[in-house]
Design a protein around this ligand. Structure first.
Ligand code: NAP
Ligand code: ZN
Ligand code: ZN
Length: 351
């Protein structure tokens, strides 16, 4: 018998999130049941709940920064046992056989990976529901081990904001002395600063908000630049090895490409809904590279969690009850969060 589980859902792109009951399946032999303790609030939750990327499925229970404790496991599960801490990020299944899956890049599964929410299981029928809920049942291959040394609520955002910024830093082999720019000091941006600084990079934050300068330094940045100042783009031209762009809204990429050194790269992780023009000369001049990066596969996500455990890296969070989720969305849209909202899942049981 599927179990009824308390959740919060959006019924349509224009509705507020509201209490909703979902069915979680009985655990199969390879399933892990996780009692959710905390779930981070990613800007992708807003993009999808408001159908800004298209093809959203409703009712939608968002949330893909999930941490909690295992309460039961199927007979064949070897990786986790009842009582262990566990996490779930943006994926809950994939075919496991195609080339990207074999390479540990399950997010690019050729069959289409099963997203944690706003998608379906691999049967392509059963809708998936995310972490704004009190429990989740997931194949053990997609359950991550969360280091016990980390504050659990503050570790939740590692499951998306952490891996999404760790992966490009690793792909571009970030090392001591590299100059890394981070555009947009939000949930992803502040994790990019902490992670890049921990790898020895000299980090500059590019922000629309001068009031974030002191925070940027506390997070590990060496420098801070206000992006509304055109003179700044001249002063910092040709200085950066890598720029991670974590901005959620439309903006001009060409300006930032001019900040790259010869052969430097700008990696887009922020995912605004509308396309933006890129001039050929922004790239031709200096053999500059413009790239994108999507979350990270399961092996790299575990590597990131272990790395954060070893280095004591977590998110700076504001803990909220689920009843304040709609207000949290509005505040995120005003960039009024320092730097990630995390839902205390206990509040789901209070209606
Ligand atoms: P967030 O916490 O809301 O942060 C976004 C930041 O972008 C804001 O703090 C703000 O920084 C900046 N910003 C917002 N509006 C802006 C505007 N009009 N012009 C310039 N800057 C603006 O969002 P998040 O959760 O970090 O997510 C950021 C983006 O990454 C979203 O689009 C999300 O969907 C995407 N994402 C992608 C992946 C992936 O796999 N690639 C994974 C997760 C999320 P300042 O106040 O410092 O200017
Ligand atoms: Zn996310
Ligand atoms: Zn696959």
């Amino acid at each position: 018998m599927p179990r009824k589980t308390a959740a919060y859902a959006a019924a349509s792109p224009s509705s507020q999130l509201a209490p909703f009951l979902i069915d979680r399946r009985d655990p199969g032999p390879r399933d892990v049941v996780i009692d959710i303790a905390y779930c981070g609030v990613c800007h992708s939750d807003i993009h999808q709940a408001r159908d800004e990327w298209g093809a959203s499925m409703f009712p939608m229970v968002p949330g893909h920064e999930i941490v909690g404790r295992v309460s039961a496991v199927g007979a064949q599960v070897g990786k986790l046992k009842a009582g262990d801490l566990a996490g779930v990020g943006c994926l809950v299944d994939s075919c496991g056989k195609c080339d990207p899956c074999r390479r540990g890049l399950e997010q690019f599964c050729e069959q289409g990976a099963a997203a944690t929410y706003n998608g379906t299981e691999m049967d392509r029928k059963t809708p998936t529901y995310g972490g704004y809920s009190s429990q989740i049942v997931v194949d053990e291959r997609f359950a991550l081990k969360v280091p016990a040394s980390l504050d659990l609520a503050a570790a939740a955002p590692l499951l998306c904001a952490g891996i999404t910024t760790y992966s490009p830093l690793r792909q571009w082999n970030t090392k001591k002395g590299d100059r890394v720019g981070v555009v947009g000091l939000g949930g992803l941006g502040h994790m990019a600063v902490k992670l890049a600084a921990s790898m020895g990079a000299k980090v500059t934050v590019f922000s629309t908000n001068a009031a974030k300068a002191a925070d940027a330094r506390k997070l590990g940045a060496d420098d801070f630049a206000v992006t509304r100042d055109p003179a700044m783009f001249k002063k910092l031209a040709r200085k950066f090895d890598l720029i991670i762009d974590a901005v959620s809204a439309e903006h001009d990429y060409n300006q930032y490409l001019g900040l790259l050194r010869v052969q430097g790269a700008m990696v887009l992780v922020g995912a605004p809904s509308k396309p933006a023009p890129v001039a050929a000369f922004s790239l031709i001049t200096g053999n500059r590279r413009l790239a994108g990066s999507a979350i990270g596969g399961i092996p790299e996500t575990q590597e990131m969690l272990d790395y954060c455990g070893a280095h004591g890296i977590v998110s700076d969070i504001e803990l909220i009850p689920i009843q304040r989720i709609n207000e949290a969305y509005e505040r995120m849209l005003r960039s009024d969060v320092r730097y990630r909202f995390v839902i205390d899942a206990k509040s789901l049981l209070q209606g």
